[in-house]
Design a protein around this ligand. Structure first.
Ligand code: 13P
Ligand code: ZN
Length: 271
């Protein structure tokens, strides 16, 4: 068995959490990440027969039975993940009943997976149904994205349009736009179901006055999606109170999307 601290998936999870912390997206225990792993990569590092504990999830995830996830722990601080991954992260497998997580590694102080597991696993199911390559669900509280929630209408078309206008490359990076949910109670199956419903259509979902969810094929792609939204939100927050002299026109956004060959939400432009 190889030493898990050398596993590329673990190292990447650690550096991603550190970067998110460093950027101010994940204060205290804010944010959570789940990464779908292949059995073959997990079994190089841990004995998958040995279940440390079983933990009920409180919801059904039948299409994920037998699947392995590396998941941040509830109440754990992103700033501490890199220094002590075995305490702050866990590897779980969804058991045969579809409602139990089998802990195979991690949460070493007796902890458990993020309180947002419903949103993570339900979003994994939703994304996998439209894109079998999806492996990551990421939640965080990026400062400017959150600030924008207080001063901008929480309307999907308007919110996406404003972000697209803020940086030339936005429409190319997230042509599918940003889904928006109103404020909802976090940590519940209800917000999980609402997030997953949006995830069938969007790889980015804003949780009103709370934060954002991203989905992607790997940690870098998902991080990059949230990073690009956050950059656009920062430009918005730096300029929203100033007279606007210039803007990227809708016809120019269309030109960009067509030049780069991305499938964009045409109904989110006013052409
Ligand atoms: P957890 O510590 O349970 O992951 O919760 C953090 C968070 O951001 C809740 O939305
Ligand atoms: Zn949160």
């Amino acid at each position: 068995m190889k030493d898990i601290s050398t596993a590329p998936f673990l190292k990447k999870m650690c550096s991603t959490a550190s970067n998110m912390y460093r950027l101010g997206w994940d204060e205290r225990n804010g944010g959570n990440i789940s990464l779908l792993l292949d059995e073959s990569e997990v079994s190089e590092y841990i004995d998958t027969i040995r279940v440390i504990r079983t933990i009920p999830t409180g919801f059904r995830a039948d299409s994920l039975i037998g699947k392995y996830f590396l998941v941040t722990g509830t109440g754990k601080y992103f700033k501490n993940v890199e220094g002590d991954p075995e305490n702050n992260l866990g590897i779980i497998r969804i058991a045969e009943d579809g409602t139990t997580a089998e802990l195979l590694w991690g949460y070493s102080d007796g902890g458990k997976f993020t309180s947002e597991l419903p949103s993570h696993l339900m979003s994994h199911m939703a994304r996998l149904s439209v894109n079998p390559e999806n492996r990551v669900i990421m939640h965080s509280h990026p400062t400017n994205t959150l600030a924008m929630n207080y001063v901008h209408e929480l309307d999907e078309k308007k919110f996406t349009h404003t972000l697209w206008e803020m940086c030339t490359e936005c429409i190319v990076v997230f042509p599918d736009g940003v889904g928006v949910l109103p404020w909802m109670l976090c940590g519940t199956n209800e917000i999980g179901m609402a997030t997953a419903e949006k995830m069938k259509e969007f790889r980015l979902v804003v949780w009103g006055m709370h934060g954002i969810y991203g989905a992607g094929k790997d940690l870098d792609e998902t991080f990059g999606l949230i990073e690009t939204v956050e950059k656009a939100a920062q430009i918005y927050m730096l300029t929203a109170h100033l007279p606007r002299k210039n803007t990227i026109k809708d016809s120019e956004m269309q030109e960009l999307a067509e030049y780069f060959g991305v499938d964009y939400r045409k109904d989110f432009l006013n052409l």
